[in-house]
Write a protein that binds this ligand. Structure first.
Ligand code: AGP
Length: 611
């Protein structure tokens, strides 16, 4: 998963592209590279190196002129993190340059054929075949645009590409297939980017390119063609957030900002969607599907990582309140099953980025079998949002930290809204619907009261930062939260942690509990509280330290456990929205204590667009 950005227009392009890369760095940050073209001097400025944007700008010649530039921030797939493997990559004559997000799966056979024709490669990457292929096609007599089109037929795999040719310096070409790319348009200026966050630097007007679209852009305008050179249209849209929302503001890190935005994000995802008098959720995108949704007799929730834990929480309340058989599967596993799907199956994809390749693959499989597909997505106009039949946008705002936090809490809220939509079409009473909605409206304020404990949680995180292993435990709604809390600790602090249903501990895992292996236990006063307390006692009997998350006012655990975090009372199905906040903060503060780069954790990227 890499980030690509390109600008062509009357302004100096390099600073715009650099700013764009800063906003895309969460997609991958092993190395960075830029190319700028000075039309007056007819000069190419190309600079690239391993490391982050903030290091790059210390040495790059940012004063370079020119109204065209492309840039790339890399998450290495093929080839080590070296300068040679950084993008942009060029052809033999150093005329044609590309930046690429994705994987060219047949690159080796293409490279071997080009090597036989005398092409000289300088990198280990798959990407480098692209400029050489275009160069070779031109050598065979094809004009530049046709050489590009033929190249796009030659390559297989996933790609979002920006292509520049020194011999056609007024033209910037962008194309996508299974990797995201959108085009921001103003009268005479255009900006390509992997997602909307850099677009806001230039315009709010966007074109959502589809797989197979090729955009030929110059200051005079743009032309969209398919790989078959047919004229195509792209869906227009307007970016739904300001450039300011894509900045850290007064926070040291995006992750902390986004945790503190969880109440606001929840308010935004609920806004206009609670019809209290009818005890119903208003989900405009689903209304045309109401008759078909009434016929649904099975729900499959599919997602990856954090989003899959929101799905696991939803499995309980879909069955309990909508009374529809519900199952959860991982995007990366779903297509290996032989899922029994028909046109009464509701398939719901949950994704913050809307670009996760594993989840996309699952959607395609579900559509093949006739399921009704919905998406719960945060990025407007993303690929998943355009692949499914209808959906619910999370409206969490841009989430730029690799670790998903506010998007996660809005995913749970959106799943509650979807459950209400289905349940009220079935047996749920008006009163039951109103009870859930009235409590849901109170959650943002209750979340804010949890955030007031940030300093206490920071102290806890620092106290426990000496440990190398953690258990996260919970039952029912507590178990998906244990999974989410455990993932956050792994991905932000690089600390080993395992999440288990607390009832599972006695079936083996408790063997490794000792005073050096603390447990964080979700123990709100809910329907499974007593059982969870028994599990805590089993851990304490083995000298295991316990941090308990429990309901405010419950003094019982003070004597039993080592530390307690209190969360406000709420309905059991809404408890995840409160219980997860301290776990997000705990992981953040422990990671900071250990000096981790919380926004850009090692080995990770925000949007996993490879399978
Ligand atoms: C969450 O903190 C991780 N960054 C990761 O598990 C993420 O949730 C997963 O890759 C799914 O991403 P998506 O929601 O954009 O599809």
């Amino acid at each position: 998963m890499c980030g690509i950005v390109g600008y062509i227009g009357p302004k100096r392009a390099l600073p715009i592209v650099i700013d764009g890369l800063k906003r895309l760095e969460y997609r991958g940050y092993d190395s960075i590279g830029v190319l700028a073209y000075d039309q007056e001097k007819k000069e190419i400025y190309l600079e690239k190196q391993p490391g982050r944007v903030q290091e790059f700008i210390k040495t790059a010649q940012l004063d370079k002129k020119g109204g065209l530039a492309i840039g790339h921030t890399r998450w290495a797939t093929h080839g080590l993190v070296t300068r040679e493997n950084s993008h942009p990559h060029g052809d033999c004559q150093k005329k044609i340059f590309v930046v690429h997000n994705g994987i060219i799966e047949n690159f080796q056979e293409l490279k071997d054929a080009l090597l036989k024709k005398g092409h000289v490669f300088v990198s280990q990457t798959d990407t480098e075949v692209v400029p050489h292929l275009i160069e070779e096609r031109q050598k065979q007599g094809l004009p530049y645009r046709e050489a590009i089109m033929q190249t796009l037929k030659d390559v297989r795999g996933s790609f979002a590409l920006l292509i520049f040719n020194k011999e056609e310096p007024d033209l910037l070409v962008g194309t996508r297939f299974s990797s995201p790319l959108i085009l921001g348009t103003n009268d005479q200026e255009f900006i390509f980017a992997s997602d909307p966050t850099p677009i806001g630097l230039v315009t709010k007007n966007v074109l959502y390119l589809n797989d197979g679209d090729v955009a030929f852009v110059s200051e005079k305008g743009y032309e969209l063609k398919s790989f078959l050179s047919e004229k195509v249209e792209a869906k227009r849209g307007v970016i739904d957030f300001t450039a300011g929302e894509a900045d850290k503001g007064n926070f040291p890190d995006f992750m902390l900002k986004e945790i503190f935005e969880e109440p606001l994000a929840l308010e935004n995802t609920l806004r206009g969607r609670l019809l209290i008098n009818e005890g119903k959720a208003k989900l405009g995108g689903l209304e045309p599907l109401e008759p078909r949704l009434r016929e649904v007799n099975r729900v499959i929730l599919v997602a990856c990582g954090t989003a899959s834990y929101a799905a696991l929480a939803a499995e309980y309340f879909f069955e309990e309140y909508a009374e529809i058989p519900t199952e959860v599967d991982l995007g990366s596993e779903f297509r290996y099953r032989k899922p029994i799907i028909d046109n009464q199956t509701l398939f719901v994809a949950i994704s913050q980025s809307g670009e996760t390749a594993d989840t996309l693959a699952a959607i395609k499989e579900a559509k093949t079998k006739g399921a009704l597909t919905l998406g719960i997505v945060n990025v407007v106009g993303s690929t998943i949002a355009r692949q499914v039949g209808a959906g619910i946008y999370s409206h969490a705002g841009p989430e730029l930290a690799v670790a998903s936090t506010k998007a996660f809490t809005t995913q749970i809220a959106d799943l509650v809204l979807l459950m209400l939509f289905l349940a009220r079409e079935r047996k749920m009473s008006l009163v039951a619907g109103q009870e859930i909605m009235n409590e849901l409206r109170k959650l943002p304020e209750k979340m804010r009261s949890v955030l007031l404990q940030a300093d206490k949680i920071k102290a806890l995180a620092e106290k426990y930062s000496v440990y190398k292993n953690f258990f996260y435990l919970g039952r029912k709604y507590g178990f998906p939260m244990a999974l989410e809390g455990s993932l956050k600790l792994k991905e932000c602090a690089y600390i080993h942690s395992e999440a288990y249903p607390s009832g599972e501990m006695k079936h083996g895992p408790i063997a490794i509990v000792d005073e050096d292996f603390p447990s964080i236990v979700l123990a709100p006063q809910d329907s499974v509280y007593e059982k969870v307390v028994s599990n805590i006692q089993e851990i304490k009997a083995r000298k295991g330290k316990v941090i308990a998350v429990t309901t405010a006012g419950n003094q019982d655990l003070e004597k039993l456990v080592d530390d307690v975090i209190y969360i406000p009372q709420t309905l059991e199905l809404l408890t995840p929205l409160l219980a997860i906040v301290p776990l997000h903060l705990f992981a953040y503060y422990l990671a900071k204590k250990l000096g981790r780069d919380v926004d850009r954790p090692r080995n990770l990227a925000k949007s996993v667009t490879v399978e």
